[in-house]
Design a binder for this molecule. Structure first.
Ligand code: G6P
Length: 470
């Protein structure tokens, strides 16, 4: 077994489902996902990525991808049902997102969560060289830091939660709340997207575990665990370069023509998830048409809803509801050759996405709750000519950084409608001012800055962070 000095542990491996006949596989880039966030860092550092391929059964032996070693963890059909679809995505995911859907608690799911976390911890322990840095990602693997510390006390262990961390009133519902907190506290540094999440975590540690805790430090089992907010970002330079490519620019012109050269294009790109506020947004748009504020001929909406977690019941119900509503709106307000909403339930490759961002005069990112929302950041990065309005939910982590966006409370339908109209009517100068300031922020706070700040805080000797080129 080859060992690495940097090991990333995440539920998913960043590889395509399809492995080519010559064994080659490619990075998977889902819109706004974790993989996109870590890709540039790993290319610069000798590293192993421990994760799951997305399929049930034995773990395949995978070739290195872009110089990064891929270590697959096997999940059986039962593990997928009870760990991934169950405890991760039907217990923790809804609970951590304000309980916008009801979290379900099953003891069998908890057993699977422990079992699968142990498997990831074992794999990380095997692939990490002595004294290595292991960076554990996200809510699927909250027990891994504690399990890994028990196996390998020599390691430097980081944990980063990409999703929101809920306030005590919600987290206290969890039947196994103490174990989950202790699992995370196995890390040397626990990172969150927002300061509020770090505060929630410290409060919970004090309340549930009765340990001394501030928003920056928690004392547990004779160690001090550091806590902090490290808002994740994107590779701005990569998205800018993609968006500026002549073929992408030409594709954007073509897309606009295909949409009937309307005055305004409103775009949303989400995973099909109940946290994304898709239904609220559709309702706001439909009311604006019904009330005569928007003419279908002038203003089109493009809703990309990437298929996601399709075997989880709440996701199936959501898809049915969204599709019924899109059908209703198009049936009522569309004309032949002029639907009110262009609805696409499919994945897009990066260049098509960049072309769509270029076409969008308004990008509507209105989740009910979101850890960060990297789609909002990608849109800002893609607007190389400083145009374009970002309509952004206050409940997305990105809102803490993009105060110049058109901020909305997505639950407030009238407010959402008014702000959308305001963005549609905004002067070019106002739009440019706002976009310039968001782009300036993103240029400084890109993915490399995120990785550097997290890894510097984790590895105080600075040896690893120094390897990340500016
Ligand atoms: C969110 C999570 C990621 C996850 C992604 C896609 O961004 O924070 O950990 O990978 O959603 O979801 P999926 O269930 O397809 O991995």
């Amino acid at each position: 077994m080859r060992q690495s000095s940097l090991v990333v542990v995440a539920n998913r491996l960043p590889v395509d489902d399809s492995v080519a006949p010559d064994g080659a596989c490619e990075w998977r880039r889902s819109p706004g996902g974790l993989v996109g966030a870590l890709h540039p860092i790993l290319q610069q550092t000798p590293a192993t990525w421990v994760g799951w391929t997305g399929d049930a059964g034995d773990a395949p032996t995978l070739p290195d991808v872009d110089g990064v070693r891929m270590h697959a963890v096997a999940l059986s059909a039962e593990d997928i049902r009870d760990h991934y679809e169950g405890f991760a995505n039907a217990t923790l995911w809804p609970l951590y997102h304000d309980s916008v859907e009801h979290p379900t608690y099953h003891r069998r799911w908890w057993e699977a969560y422990q079992r699968v976390n142990q498997r990831f911890a074992d794999a990380a322990a095997e692939t990490a060289e002595p004294g290595a840095l292991v960076w554990v990602q996200d809510y699927h693997l909250q027990l891994v830091p504690g399990m890994l510390r028990a196996l390998r006390p020599d390691l430097l262990i980081g944990f980063f939660l990409h999703v929101p961390f809920p306030p005590p009133e919600l987290f206290m519902q969890l039947p196994r709340r103490a174990e989950l907190l202790l699992g995370m506290l196995g890390a040397d540094l626990v990172g969150f997207q927002r300061v509020q999440a770090a505060h929630n975590f410290a409060q919970l540690a004090a309340k549930v575990l009765k340990v001394p805790a501030t928003d920056r430090r928690i004392a547990v089992e004779g160690r001090v665990v550091r806590v902090g907010a490290f808002p994740v970002s994107i590779d701005m330079a990569e998205m800018e370069a993609l968006s500026a490519r002549p073929d992408v620019a030409a594709r954007a012109v073509q897309l606009r023509a295909d949409l009937g050269d309307p005055q305004h294009v409103i775009l949303s790109v989400d995973r099909m998830d109940y946290t994304k506020g898709i239904e609220h947004r559709l309702q706001a748009f439909s009311e604006l048409i019904a009330e005569g504020h928007i003419k279908v001929h002038d203003t089109v909406m493009v809703q990309v809803a990437v298929p996601s977690r399709e075997r989880v019941a709440q996701y199936q119900i959501l898809r049915d509801r969204v599709e019924r509503e899109v059908g209703r709106i198009n049936g009522e307000f569309g004309r032949v050759g002029e639907p009110a909403i262009h609805y696409l339930n499919q994945s897009f490759d990066r260049s098509e996405l960049a072309a769509l961002y270029r076409v969008a005069d308004i990008m509507a990112v209105t989740p009910l709750r979101d850890g960060m929302n990297l789609v909002a950041k990608e849109y800002v990065a893609a607007r190389v000519d400083d145009t374009g309005a970002l309509l952004l939910s206050e409940f997305a982590g990105a809102a803490a950084e993009f105060q110049q966006a058109y901020l909305v409370n997505p639950h407030d339908l009238d407010g959402l409608k008014l702000t959308l109209l305001h963005a549609l009517d905004a002067s070019p100068a106002d739009i440019t001012d706002r976009m310039r300031s968001m782009r300036a922020h993103l240029r400084v706070h890109d993915i490399r800055a995120w990785a550097r700040s997290y890894l510097t805080a984790l590895d105080r000797s600075g040896a690893l962070a120094a390897r990340l080129t500016p």
